[in-house]
Design a protein around this ligand. Structure first.
Ligand code: FES
Length: 81
């Protein structure tokens, strides 16, 4: 299974594979673990808001499973990539 990281600045898509065991991970740590740069100055405290993706969703406050329920096509849009 995979999600797609869409860099809005670069206009490029990057496939990112995941396993069932990743579904409960927050997006911030899941994506960083896959080598995707996610901005943060509070390291997941929910304060800095720099980790936001589309719709203002915070990657530190949303699991991969929650994201896929909101966005079944699995496209994660990141403005600065
Ligand atoms: S990492 Fe700071 S709000 Fe998400």
């Amino acid at each position: 299974m995979q999600v797609t990281v869409r860099g809005l600045a670069s206009q490029k898509d990057f496939p990112v594979a995941y396993e069932d065991s990743d579904l409960r991970s927050d997006l911030l740590h899941f994506l960083r673990g896959k080598g995707v740069t996610i901005a943060s100055s509070c390291e997941g405290e929910g304060v800095c808001k720099k980790c936001a993706i589309q719709n203002g969703w915070l990657t530190c406050e949303m699991t991969l499973e929650e994201f896929l329920k909101c966005r079944p096509d699995g496209v994660i849009e990141i403005s600065y990539l």
